[in-house]
Design a protein around this ligand. Structure first.
Ligand code: C5P
Ligand code: C5P
Ligand code: ZN
Length: 489
């Protein structure tokens, strides 16, 4: 798959983006009230911020809300409010039927990148989605990419929102082209952000935390690539760096990866390559270096400088129930909202390690069935964080062909929130989790998403039945049996 976007598909997609921009523009001209709903992860928050900023610039009347999903309850609330326009970002294409049934006369714009369920036959809905133009929403364009390309049609000034869309795309792990690069439709974001002078792209060690963490912590917390003897071992990472004569502190301050000189980086890189080679991990060496997206207007040593760190900060605000902080930071707040977000980020990290320790504490908490792994987070794991836990766990499971389905109880709703993840390898074998999760529907739930990451919800007492159905469906997909073919996946 070439990295550049296909010109014809791009043109057709941009026509849809323009049509959506027109609907939005008309509503603004009529001084209509606009309701925005967006998804609660980094991509959803980035998308909500992009559309909010664009509307604010045009002095539109709007309100933004972040949720995990849209259901009958939310549809009823929208119906009561009767906004002139409803804009759904980073979700919506999975709700075409629900929206049409529950809100038959509502004008709606959907800016999404999930596999659509069914085709849109509702003239009140304007849908922009890469899947409608031969593009894969899991790798080529995120929800914030789609939202950005729509607001760019609204006003050229909005090109300065391209960095926010890059954060969203990286939050959705779309850096899947050569050496962790964004590709296809996402290339437009990178070009635009460079044109407005807000982005520097370079190749470097891709370890997480390059702006904010002490180098030895960055090394020891790196699991991709896994560095035997260093990953998870802070003391040994410290000793490794000392043996290379790389000072860990400058005056009293810990140095981060971004503080290293070119020469120090070269030394570190060749020592790591040698280390991997000595363990027989030649292949992993290619994973040491990748593309780094740095926002040049942000303060160095803050989590906003490196786009991947920015994405984790946004994710934390959404998953810790403080999405408005994330939106405010994306819209430019570098004072109170940023300060609070930093605290939220710290709490989020603590929650994640608490949950992961809980899963590892007892072997029976990670079950292995014939075709899938299963984790039941019960009432212990927050249903808003189960998705993150699922994303982390999938990278460390022994059989890369088996997807993981994790779930946790949603308090007071009688529901289990489902979150599934798999690997590129499993996808090449025919796995499509977006379809697997729809097994929730006959059980009175809902499910959908991407081939590699999908979610849903079912009544708690149906969770076991769902797991069984999902296990069967994955088995069928692996055997190449035709499980509900989907034109758009
Ligand atoms: O709703 P949305 O498309 O924004 O979310 C995709 C989710 O899937 C993100 O939370 C992202 O972190 C996760 N993901 C993943 N592994 C991938 C791709 C996406 O865990 N390879
Ligand atoms: O919630 P979680 O992070 O596991 O979701 C993984 C992906 O599946 C996300 O892109 C999310 O938007 C999508 N999803 C969906 N329909 C649902 C639940 C999740 O498309 N009912
Ligand atoms: Zn998304």
């Amino acid at each position: 798959m070439p990295q550049e976007p296909d010109p014809t598909d791009t043109q057709n997609f941009l026509k849809d983006a323009k049509a959506a921009a027109q609907v939005i523009q008309e509503t603004i001209q009529n001084d209509g009230f606009i309701h925005i709903f967006s998804h609660l992860d980094a991509d959803g928050i980035a998308a909500a911020a992009i559309i909010s900023k664009a509307l604010q610039r045009q002095h539109a009347r709007y309100r933004a809300r972040i949720t995990q999903w849209v259901d009958e309850k939310i549809a009823t609330e929208i119906q009561a409010d009767k906004p002139e326009l409803l804009i759904l970002t980073d979700f919506g294409s999975g709700y075409l039927e629900l929206l049409t049934q529950q809100l038959p006369n509502q004008k709606i714009v959907i800016l999404d990148h999930h596999q659509p369920t069914g085709t849109n036959q509702n003239p009140n809905i304007t849908q922009v989605n890469p899947h409608l133009h031969n593009m894969d929403g899991a790798t080529e364009a995120s929800g914030s990419t789609v939202t950005y390309l729509a607001v760019k049609e609204l006003h050229p000034q909005n090109t300065d929102l391209s960095p926010t869309a890059i954060v969203g795309a990286l939050g959705d792990m779309q850096d899947r082209y050569n050496q962790r690069q964004l590709g296809r439709l996402n290339t437009i974001l990178v070009q635009d952000a460079q044109k407005v002078g807000l982005l520097k792209v370079e190749k470097d060690l891709t370890f997480f935390g390059r702006e904010t963490r002490p180098i030895h912590k960055t090394l020891s917390s790196t699991t991709n690539p896994f560095l035997p003897g260093l990953s998870g071992e802070e003391d040994k990472s410290l000793a490794f760096l000392s043996s290379l004569n790389i000072p860990l502190k400058s005056s009293e301050k810990w140095r981060s990866l971004s503080d290293l000189t070119e020469d120090e980086k070269k030394r570190l890189c060749s020592a790591l390559a040698e280390h991997l080679l000595s363990k027989g991990l030649h292949y992993e060496i290619t994973n040491l270096i990748g593309h780094i997206y740095t926002f040049t207007a942000e303060e160095p040593s803050t989590p906003l400088r490196d786009a991947r760190e920015f994405a984790v900060l946004l994710n934390s605000t959404g998953r810790m129930d403080r999405p408005s902080l994330g939106i405010a930071v994306c819209m430019g707040d570098r004072k109170a909202a940023l300060q609070e977000s930093n605290q939220v980020l710290e709490d989020y990290r603590k929650s994640i390690s608490k949950y992961l320790n809980w899963v590892w504490e007892k072997p029976e908490r990670l079950k292995e069935l014939e075709n899938i792994y299963v984790v039941n987070g019960e009432d212990f794991v927050s249903e808003k964080i189960i998705g993150t836990i699922s994303s982390i766990l999938i990278t460390s499971l022994p059989n890369p062909q088996k997807p993981l389905i994790a779930y946790a109880n949603v308090p007071n709703e009688g529901l289990a929130k489902l979150s599934s993840r798999t690997t590129d390898m499993a996808i090449r074998k025919g796995i499509n989790l977006g379809i697997v999760m729809r097994a929730a529907e006959p059980l009175g739930g809902k499910g959908g998403g991407h081939n590699i990451a999908a979610g849903g919800q079912v009544p708690i007492d149906k969770a076991d039945e769902f797991v069984k159905a999902a296990n069967d469906l994955v088995g069928k997909q692996l055997r190449g049996e035709n499980v509900e073919s989907d034109n758009n996946s």
